[in-house]
Design a protein. Structure first.
Length: 740
């Protein structure tokens, strides 16, 4: 089917043809026949790289040309930026008088982001979309198309419920909404399609060949052929990498932990360094400098070292800047190999000729080491052989012995993907969704709520949710977050409505509210008490306890005995409860070090975590502390001011004395400290200073000095020299990092 024949705006057809896409792939053509361009709901459960994004683009842009508006929901941040960059290419498309406006929804979870109402396409994670609904963003009722990319995420215990409830809500408030769900091939696509009243496109067709196989005994056995690996040595990963690089391809290596992704990268870097050409080395040296520019810790140094040799690692413990450098370096074929955790598994278009899945098992707290599902294996494998980037792709698992070889062939290469199942039927999953449905007046009674939950995938698959809903409503009634009238109508209290908007788990909010009630009876509220309070809620993923931790944490807890705002369990009582308490103390201790300006290096070493972990954890803590301040204000507790200050300090990792300086744009904790130590201890003192004196402080420079002065309202007619580096204004970040 030719693009030129489609019922699409001419400008869009010209755009595709001009960019080398004159014809649809067969599954895309099938989607057109099933009514994609006639506003029909559609589920495309087709292989990786089969061009699902193009389906979304055509549906969205056709609708936008007719005055509509679209939201594109994704699971991961890396994918959100890839899609955002792609859709920006349509900005100048003359299908609307002022072009197509694209937005990406990041940022705080309690804002409505009304400016997004101006946009035609909004890219957002499912959590952000949910939070926009809770905060009553008006434009969400004016959507014409919703795209749920990687919709098999519904299967995820942590994140699936939010996605399915969000989809159900969007459908309820937009009667003529077209839903387009994009999924990998799954076992029960029919059921999912039926739930969405959608036509189904299913196919095994892939534009480029993806050969999947197992490496054992110096050769890769694919389904239909065998490939001998040239010069295979004792190290499997190194042999597989060298083999692909020799033929000019690039490699992705998937590992199950961050640590092993790092050691794989180091190992590959050592053997690759000898084979690089001088011109390649030169480019890599530049990239290494880019990494070092943002380096504060050992992990960053390690990354820089690997990058200098053409290899990188990539996981959620890396800083955002480093992740981008790595992704871009690989896209430009400067980096030859990335060793990563599954952060790069979903949806991304990367030029990987060969994907090596080094670990097919993953650690699970309840079950120990377990094999990953076929669906997940397929996601990783599917990064190889992307059309227009590679002529074909190979995905390779590694077997240690003949038995394992047989198992891997049977359980992955020749296996069908699993069915996906909804995880909405538990109280933790239901709590927040029930509260938000009531708080937004979306459901006004128990029956209403049950009727709405009846439209979810869970109800479709498993039936009745009444029991869970009743339990959750009883909890919310007890915690004074909702009230039920005699006539049976439900309403949120001020507390309930605040909690829903703040996007925190109602159980966390209940624990915080209880702690704040205790604070009312205290002469003062200790900072550590508040830190510990938020760190003991289910929203904060506590640090694990290691064997060597117990003695110092118990001592630490003793020293802070009078600070705690939550119940301190008896050390001779319930083991699990006591351990949870200690894990909360450990996490709070990290937060305390962070706000007392301990270096990232010191914290990562002491707690044995990555710099990105500190950021992720502190982002969540900032959010909860902000929530604590709001709840404290509502309850009239004496912690509002301290909590507000703490939220700013956690966000920036700064001591109390830096509060005045830290909120200046371009001034992080390191620069604020330098200004402070140079005698500029407040905004007033800075305002009275001379620009050259400020600029001369190491790390400040002309441009930032000028920017600070103009932020302070001083007139500046000082033009800084062109060569000066731009001040680093910290960007707005999203609240949660979802990647593993
Ligand atoms: N009809 C077409 N002709 C040529 N190239 C195409 C066509 N449709 C899509 N492509 C290209 O195929 C590539 C892969 O597409 P896309 O990322 O949409 O795959 P996907 O199906 O979403 O895969 P995944 O399941 O991995 O997310 C893109 O680079 C896209 O430009
Ligand atoms: Mg995709």
């Amino acid at each position: 089917m030719k693009i030129a024949e489609l019922n699409l705006p001419q400008a869009l057809k010209d755009f595709y043809t001009g960019s080398g896409i004159p014809e649809l792939y067969p599954p895309q053509a099938e989607a057109i026949r099933q009514g994609l361009l006639d506003g029909k709901n559609l589920l495309a459960a087709i292989p990786t790289a089969s061009g699902k994004t193009l389906l979304a683009e055509m549906a969205m842009l056709k609708s936008i040309a007719e005055g509509g508006k679209a939201i594109y929901i994704v699971p991961l941040k890396a994918l959100a930026s890839e899609k955002y960059d792609r859709f920006l290419e349509f900005s100048k498309l003359p299908i609307k008088p002022d072009g197509v406006k694209v937005g990406i929804a990041t940022g705080d979870f309690d804002s409505r982001d009304e400016y997004l109402g101006e946009k035609d396409i909004i890219v957002a994670t499912s959590e952000k979309t949910d939070s926009l609904l809770r905060n009553g963003a008006s434009w969400l009722s004016g959507l014409s198309v919703v795209v749920a990319d990687e919709v098999h995420l519904i299967d995820s215990p942590n994140r699936g419920p939010t996605l399915e409830v969000t989809l159900a809500k969007l459908r309820k408030i937009n009667v003529n909404l077209q839903i387009l769900a994009l999924s990998a091939t799954i076992g029960n696509a029919k059921a999912l399609a039926k739930w969405m009243d959608a036509a189904l496109v299913q196919s095994e067709w892939r534009p480029t060949t993806l050969k999947e196989g197992v490496f054992y005994g110096r050769a890769i056995t694919f389904k239909k052929e065998k490939r001998t690996v040239n010069n295979a040595g004792p190290d499997e990963v190194n042999s597989l990498v060298a083999d692909t690089l020799e033929e000019g391809g690039q490699c992705l290596v998937f590992a199950n932990t961050r640590k092993s992704s790092e050691s794989i990268a180091q190992k590959v870097a050592r053997s690759l360094s000898k084979k690089l050409q001088p011109a390649e080395k030169e480019q890599l040296a530049k990239l290494k400098q880019d990494v070092l520019r943002h380096a504060e810790t050992d992990t960053c140094e390690k990354l820089a070292e690997c990058v200098g040799n053409g290899v990188a690692f990539h996981h959620a413990g890396l800083k955002g800047e480093h992740r981008r450098i790595v992704e871009d370096g690989f896209r430009q074929n400067i980096l030859k190999v990335i060793a990563c955790t599954p952060t790069l598994a979903a949806g991304l278009n990367l030029p990987a000729r060969r994907v090596i899945i080094r670990d097919y098992k993953r650690f699970d707290v309840n079950y120990g080491s377990v094999p990953i599902p076929v669906l997940e294996y397929k996601q990783m494998a599917g990064r190889a052989g992307r059309p227009r980037l590679d002529p074909y792709g190979e995905a390779v698992l590694i077997a240690k012995n003949y038995d394992e070889f047989g198992e891997l062939m049977e359980n992955y290469i020749n296996a069908d993907p699993e069915h996906i199942t909804s995880k909405l039927g538990t109280e933790p999953a239901m709590r927040a969704h029930a509260l938000s449905a009531v708080a937004t007046d979306f459901c006004r009674s128990r029956q209403d709520l049950k009727a709405f939950m009846d439209t979810t995938f869970f109800a479709y698959q498993r039936g009745d949710l009444s029991h869970v809903i009743d339990n959750v409503l009883n909890f919310l009634l007890e915690e004074n977050m909702i009230i039920e009238s005699k006539g049976g109508s439900l309403k949120a209290t001020d507390l309930g409505s605040l909690v829903s908007k703040l996007y925190i788990d109602p159980l966390s909010a209940a624990l915080i509210a209880e702690g704040l009630e205790k604070a009312k009876k205290r002469p003062d509220v200790a900072e550590f008490g508040l830190l510990h309070l938020i760190c003991s809620t289910p929203d904060v993923k506590s640090l694990y306890l290691r064997r060597g931790d117990y003695s110092w944490i118990i001592r630490y807890a003793d020293e802070h005995a009078s600070d705690f705002l939550s119940d301190v369990p008896d050390s001779y009582g319930d083991d699990v409860e006591f351990e949870q308490f200690l894990a909360g103390v450990k996490t709070a201790a990290l937060a305390e070090m962070w706000i007392n300006e301990k270096s990232e290096e010191a914290i990562t070493t002491f707690f044995n975590i990555g710099p990105g972990d500190i950021r992720n954890l502190m982002e969540t803590c900032t959010w909860l502390m902000h929530g604590t301040a709001e709840i404290s204000a509502l309850l009239g507790a004496p912690a509002t001011r301290t909590a507000r200050e703490l939220a700013i300090r956690i966000e920036n990792g700064a001591s109390r004395e830096l509060l005045d300086l830290i909120t200046l744009k371009g001034v992080g904790r390191v620069r604020a400290r330098k200004l402070y130590d140079a005698g500029y201890t407040s905004r007033d003192k800075l305002k009275a200073a001379e620009i050259p004196a400020i600029a001369a402080i190491p790390g400040i420079g002309d441009k930032l000095a000028v920017s600070i002065m103009s932020q302070l309202g001083r007139k500046v007619d000082h033009t800084p020299p062109e060569t000066e580096e731009q001040p680093q204004v910290s960007g707005q970040s999203t609240l949660f990092s979802f990647d593993g």
